[in-house]
Design a protein around this ligand. Structure first.
Ligand SMILES: [Zn+2]
Length: 428
């Protein structure tokens, strides 16, 4: 972490320094320090609390005046499909006209559609083209306040393509001020002409061990659905990854109930994502276990047909709920976490405090990174956002990235009053 030194003073500070994750009896109102400050030294939080108690030595740091506006931890996007190479807006138009996502994924109406099409688009693009397109996507997330972003492979199309995606993810990580977390979504779609068993053998026998020895992975993921892989196949990958110390995720219960979430909750899986068709047994299992329930409002609204994940049931059962963008060209072409907050609050009745915790504290937990990001405590990354006012509700109200004025990553100002890459504050 190439860290900066900075103190942000006189803001309404939401440090989110309570219990992690935000769930069950821990929920309620997020606590604010009305005249708060955050000091960052060498990229790490050195102080977060009342301005009057800011140590004298930290008052000499380069200073950014918050002017009473809300200070939050940098937002954490725990589920994206960057890198990818092109949009698929025509498929969205076809869904608006009556096609279903599952039919498109099966190629039911002919032509290359769904994940296979993104794989072909990725293959047709040069490394430089993919990196330029994907960097632009990461800049969109950054402008909307995301300072930690998960990247997934899964559009590689075959073993060589997946290896290339891992290399591109590493390159992207070195080209953004954001903390990037790398997930191998090796069970997304089987390569053309290969059967699922042969592909699983290649993943377990070659792809995963190579990625582990190269230090290229933080986590693995699998798409459990009738149009993708079954739970036994996913379990084989996740169990092997857990044995190697990786975090694990599942795309689960998006198109139909499968029992994947309940299995995940009893097998130490870090997160289960989507959950539009989660059943009551799955809700109970996530309420008892430590697996984070990641809801993806973008995909629910842009790919679904009116289904709604059982948010209230999950919260009542005590589950830890996170929100993420699912930024991808097929089902959620949206980079802005504030937009996800707005959708969840307006359409699902999520409380603003729960939604803000869902893109900070709980999203960090969904990546296994709660000791590094998602709240502002001494020693954690100096990542924070300044909203364009003092109310958390701005994130639900502005319907997009404009609620976020200024973004600090590792103690460096990377978005200043809505402008990317603006120069940081001068020493005072
Ligand atoms: Zn996804």
């Amino acid at each position: 972490l190439a860290g900066g030194d900075l103190v942000v003073r006189h803001g309404r500070l939401f440090a989110m320094a309570g219990a992690v994750p935000w769930r069950g009896a821990e929920r309620g109102r997020l606590a604010a320090v009305e005249d708060g400050s955050v000091a960052v030294v060498a990229g790490r939080v050195a102080y977060a609390g009342a301005d009057q108690d800011l140590p004298a030595s930290l008052r000499a740091l380069p200073t950014l005046e918050a002017g009473g506006r809300a200070i939050l931890p940098g937002l954490v996007d725990c589920h994206t499909h960057v890198p990818f190479a092109a949009w698929r807006a025509d498929e969205y138009a076809a869904r608006l006209a009556g096609a279903t996502y599952a039919d498109q994924q099966r190629g039911a109406r002919g032509g290359l559609r769904g994940i296979a099409r993104s794989a072909a688009q990725l293959r047709a693009a040069s490394d430089e083209e993919v990196l330029a397109f994907s960097r632009r996507r990461l800049e969109e997330t950054l402008a909307a306040g995301t300072t930690t972003v998960e990247l997934k492979s899964g559009y590689g199309g075959d073993g060589a393509g997946e290896r290339r995606s891992l290399r591109l993810m590493a390159a992207l990580g070195s080209q953004t001020p954001q903390l990037t977390v790398r997930t191998g979504l090796f069970l997304h779609a089987r390569p053309a002409g290969s059967d699922r068993a042969a592909w699983l053998n290649e993943v377990l026998g070659a792809l995963l061990p190579e990625a582990l020895s190269g230090g290229e992975l933080d986590a693995v993921d699998a798409f459990v659905e009738e149009v993708a892989f079954n739970l036994d196949e996913a379990a084989a990958l996740l169990t092997a990854a857990q044995a190697a110390g990786l975090d694990t995720h599942l795309h689960a219960e998006q198109l139909a109930p499968s029992g994947a979430a309940a299995w995940a909750a009893s097998h130490g899986v870090t997160s289960v994502d989507h959950l539009d068709h989660l059943d009551a047994a799955g809700v109970r299992a996530l309420g008892r276990g430590d697996t984070v329930a990641v809801l993806l409002p973008g995909a629910t609204f842009l790919a679904g047909r009116g289904e709604t994940p059982p948010l209230d049931d999950l919260l009542r059962a005590g589950a830890a709920v996170a929100l993420a963008s699912d930024l991808n060209p097929g089902t959620s072409p949206v980079a802005s976490l504030p937009e996800m907050v707005a959708l969840a609050c307006r359409a699902w009745g999520m409380a603003v405090d729960d939604a803000v915790a869902a893109v900070t504290l709980n999203a960090a937990a969904a990546l296994g990174r709660s000791t590094e990001v998602g709240s502002l405590r001494p020693g954690m990354r100096g990542d924070l956002v300044l909203l364009d006012g003092d109310e958390l509700a701005l994130l639900a109200y502005r319907l997009g990235p404009a609620a976020v004025a200024t973004v600090v990553a590792g103690g460096q100002v990377v978005v200043h009053e809505g402008r990317l890459g603006a120069p940081g504050p001068k020493a005072s």
